[in-house]
Design a protein around this ligand. Structure first.
Ligand code: ADP
Length: 360
């Protein structure tokens, strides 16, 4: 088993003068046994970063260290890693057992009996013990993905690398496999790097998230840290669904003047804003409440544009009645509450749920 260090790693594709910087000077320490999720939108550099750890891509600058070894010059086989992809990559003409034992036959000095035992034990653990004689074509997508996972587990690698392994599965299976991978990772305690563009997957898996955008590291932290204390507007907008609402404004003597409302910053917020003029106030839909009375906190009036009933809750899309803001913001309201499109309601963002960011 092994920790991983990514030290000032950059990857450029293409010619020097118009190269794409896929990964931009990323540094990261991953503990032995840790489950780390790389998350970000498509094209943010997640796969490239993973592939550099795997040895499938050579970094332009920086070092990758697995355990105590700088692996820059080592090919994938010499790195003692196992990779799981979204397209399973099972051998179609081999049985499940043959698929699972193939890597072991190629790369270990285990004898046939040992290999058969290891494969059977792993298949039992993965709930596919009864499928050993089937070929991939006879299996469902979920079963194939279990075989792909099983095949990497039997090799007992130092590190698991998973690149969107669940993205070909339907929603229900995805949820099931999420739980399964979490459980396996905990049981096996193998250092795992997991790539996903899906923020729900990121929030529910992994000890830490590494949030990327345009190849740059945005934040590293536990899912809850990244959700409740996002480092910047990008992270705040990326995690959470529906996305956080943003209100741009300027600070004037301790008051944030946004398009649609003024908000007196609390003492807690003032140092973080400092003398900056342009700021962005963020508030998650589930933190904004609809209310009738006025008080402290961040309050203003807004007109209801669209109501989207979801059952126990509804999403209410609103525009401030004051100012010129065209874009709606969204509030999660009690599904029982009668709200009519076109009516004016009071909106409140509690002080403790106000996030402030630099304007970009
Ligand atoms: P993600 O996994 O977050 O979707 P990628 O790591 O696949 O992002 O890609 C990051 C950036 O690098 C993208 O702009 C992508 O187009 C570019 N890129 C990835 N692989 C190559 C390649 N082999 N050649 C040229 N550009 C690439």
């Amino acid at each position: 088993m092994a920790g991983i260090t990514i030290d000032n790693v950059t990857k450029r594709f293409g010619a020097e003068d118009n190269a794409v910087v896929a990964v931009d000077d990323v540094s990261l320490d991953i503990d032995d046994g840790e489950f780390v999720v790389f998350v970000g939108p498509s094209g943010s550099g997640k796969s490239t970063l993973l592939r550099m750890v795997a040895g499938l891509e050579q970094q332009s600058e920086g070092d990758v260290v697995i355990g105590d070894t700088v692996v820059n010059e080592l090919g994938p086989r010499a790195r003692d890693i196992a990779m799981v992809f979204q397209n399973y990559a099972l051998y179609p003409n081999m049985t499940v057992e043959e698929n699972m034992s193939f890597g072991l036959k190629m790369s270990t000095d285990m004898d046939d009996d040992e290999i058969a035992r290891t494969v059977t034990d792993t298949a039992e653990m993965m709930g596919i013990g009864n499928l050993l004689d089937d070929t991939p074509g006879e299996l469902s997508g979920g079963q194939q993905q279990r075989v792909a996972l099983g095949r990497s587990i039997v090799r007992d690698p130092n590190v698991f690398l998973m690149d969107e392994p669940l993205s070909n599965l339907d929603a229900k299976l995805r949820t099931e496999m999420r739980t399964e991978i979490n459980r396996l990772q905990q049981d096996l305690g193998v250092t795992t790097l997991y790539v996903t563009h899906d923020q729900t997957e990121a929030m529910t898996m992994g000890d830490r998230l590494v949030v990327l955008n345009y190849g740059e590291l945005q934040q590293v932290g536990t899912p809850l840290e990244c959700f409740y204390r996002p480092a910047n507007r990008f992270v705040a907008g990326f995690l959470g669904s529906p996305s956080m609402n943003f209100f741009e404004g300027r600070v004037d003597g301790g008051t944030l003047r946004a398009d649609g409302f003024d908000y007196d910053l609390t003492e807690r917020m003032q140092p973080s804003v400092g003398d900056r003029n342009a700021v962005v106030l963020g508030a998650r839909p589930e933190d904004v409440t609809l209310r009738d009375d006025a008080g402290a906190d961040c309050e203003f009036e807004a007109a209801v544009d669209v109501v989207e009933p979801m059952g126990s809750i509804s999403y209410v899309y609103l525009r401030p009645t004051r100012g010129d803001r065209e874009e709606t913001f969204v509030v999660e309201a009690d599904g029982q509450r009668p709200i009519r499109e076109g009516e004016t309601v009071g909106v409140k963002i509690p002080d403790e749920d106000v996030h402030l960011f630099d304007a970009e």
